[in-house]
Design a protein around this ligand. Structure first.
Ligand code: DGY
Length: 345
């Protein structure tokens, strides 16, 4: 008897070999072999024939890709942010979307703190001076930074990552203000963080401002000219969330005009910044290549969770972290047999 064809899975980058191995135990797996993302035409082609895709943050799964997705049942993203996936359209088409929440919060919070310290204590600048032979004799005066301990930290977005940043700030004896859509009493009791009802008072008060909100229409450009006009000239801005949350031009102007003391950006808009961008010429700016979650252990764990989501989805089992599970179930309950076939959730 002919063997049943195994479901096809398209993995958009050769990144986590254990995850690819796990998928290969169950499915026919094809991996995009180049380090850059597959072009849109390839995503469209694969969406038409594959039952699952394992994506990265720079794979845009938009309406065009989803319109071609005749066989697709799940988009499993290796990462928590889903601004590159049209989740609403996927839901309408009965396609599950999964991400990797929770397990990257500690690593991202480590990075946010590393960036705060890097700007405050001029670490990248000092390293550059040593490497380029500019350190000739003991003299600390070109490297004088600002303290982190005892200062005020403003956390914009107190989700899982923001909360882990607050936890670290306790060790630095910082006063921590947070702004979030809703007040978080449990976190206030546990970490002593203070609610800032509006964003503006936080911006005007904090010595260090760190962004941990997802990219949505309402957060795009959140830190623009107006917001930057409120911050103290001694303040430092840290962005580990998504580049477009900060208006790059407004940030460049604010730094150039001395309205802000420094910035540390793990994410930028665009990404990467052009090599000749003014931000890359400023000694009070640190830019890293979107690596907040990238400890080796977390990187692997994210890949494995994405793979486990695919295994569950295609085996009709509950997925560990499906973002549209409730919406898919509601559509099934409402439409019954006429609803698009969706994986179990
Ligand atoms: C995330 O998890 O969204 C990171 O930004 C990319 O992996």
């Amino acid at each position: 008897m002919a063997e049943l064809a195994r479901p096809k899975v398209f993995v958009t980058r050769r990144r986590v070999s254990d995850a690819i191995a796990l998928l290969s135990e169950h499915f026919d797996v094809e991996v995009w072999g180049k380090p850059s993302p597959p072009p849109k035409a390839v995503l469209i082609m694969k969406a038409a024939v594959c039952q699952a895709m394992l994506t990265e943050v720079d794979d845009v799964v938009d309406r065009d890709v989803l319109a071609a997705a005749k066989a697709l049942r799940v988009v499993a993203n290796r990462g928590v942010g889903l601004d590159h996936v049209d989740v609403a359209e996927a839901t309408r088409l009965g396609i599950a979307v999964t991400n990797t929440p929770g397990l990257l919060a500690e690593s991202c919070a480590d990075m946010a703190f590393a960036l705060i310290l890097a700007v405050a204590r001029r670490i990248a600048y000092a390293d550059r001076r040593v490497r380029t032979g500019k350190w000739k004799a003991f003299d600390q005066t070109p490297y004088l930074g600002t303290d982190v301990h005892g200062r005020t930290l403003g956390i914009v977005g107190l989700g899982q990552i923001g909360t882990m940043v607050a936890k670290r700030a306790i060790g630095f004896e910082m006063r921590v203000l947070y702004h979030s859509r809703r007040r978080k009493q449990e976190e206030e009791d546990r970490y002593g963080v203070e609610w800032s009802y509006g964003l503006d008072p936080l911006l005007a008060t904090a010595d260090y401002i760190t962004l941990h909100v997802p990219l949505k229409p309402e957060t795009r450009g959140l830190i623009g000219k107006r917001a930057l006009g409120l911050v103290q000239p001694t303040a430092v801005l840290v962005n580990c969330s998504r580049g477009p949350i900060v208006d790059t031009e407004a940030l460049t102007q604010a730094l150039a005009g001395g309205k802000l003391a420094g910035a540390a950006l793990d994410v930028t808009d665009p990404e990467p910044l052009p090599r000749d961008h003014p931000l890359l010429k400023m000694d009070n700016v640190v830019v890293t290549p979107h690596i907040s979650s990238a400890s080796a252990a977390t990187f692997r764990a994210m890949g494995m969770l994405a793979a486990r989501n695919i295994v569950a989805a295609l085996n009709g089992e509950p997925m560990p972290s499906c973002v549209n599970a409730d919406a898919l179930k509601a559509a099934r309950d409402t439409n019954g047999a006429s609803a698009p076939a969706a994986p179990a959730s």
